[in-house]
Design a protein around this ligand. Structure first.
Ligand SMILES: [Zn+2]
Length: 141
């Protein structure tokens, strides 16, 4: 089993009980099989606490994750066969042939990026298929 990879942010949203604005904590987690998005809060106004597992990560919060932590890049062995890489990408991302060509082009150009857990998931799937791949975050200067 590989190590879990995660990134978290805090953001303001309403308490589900009393409607007060409270600070939520959201975390995108890659466990050994899949990505998930968990959120939680504790309300200082009414004392309610909630933990929501395996929600959908909203695009706006994903944007915050990328802005706060910086995007990670997916690097794939340049000698890996396109067809083999594309097969893994299509299976994992559930996208069509045209889209997967675009993604592959981005990977080959070193510009395909996402959150670290997302890129790590793809890297693991590729490695499981025998293709050298790694997710990494460029050092910010
Ligand atoms: Zn409350």
């Amino acid at each position: 089993m590989e190590q879990a990879v995660f990134e978290s942010i805090t953001y303001a949203a309403e308490c589900g009980d009393c409607g007060a604005e409270v600070e939520w904590c959201g975390v995108q987690v890659l466990d050994d099989r899949s990505l998930r998005w968990d959120t939680e809060f504790g309300c200082t106004a009414c004392g309610a606490a909630m933990f929501v597992c395996k929600g959908e990560l909203p695009a706006e919060l994903r944007g915050r994750l990328l802005a706060e932590h910086g995007p990670a890049l997916l690097r794939v062995d340049p000698s890996a066969r396109n067809a083999a890489v594309m097969r893994v990408l299509r299976a994992e991302l559930g996208i069509g042939l045209d889209e997967v060509r675009t993604v592959l082009g981005g990977i080959r150009a070193g510009s395909h990026s996402g959150t670290l857990p997302e890129m790590e998931l793809l890297a693991r799937r590729l490695r499981a298929a025998g293709i050298d791949a790694v997710a990494e975050r460029p050092q910010r200067s």
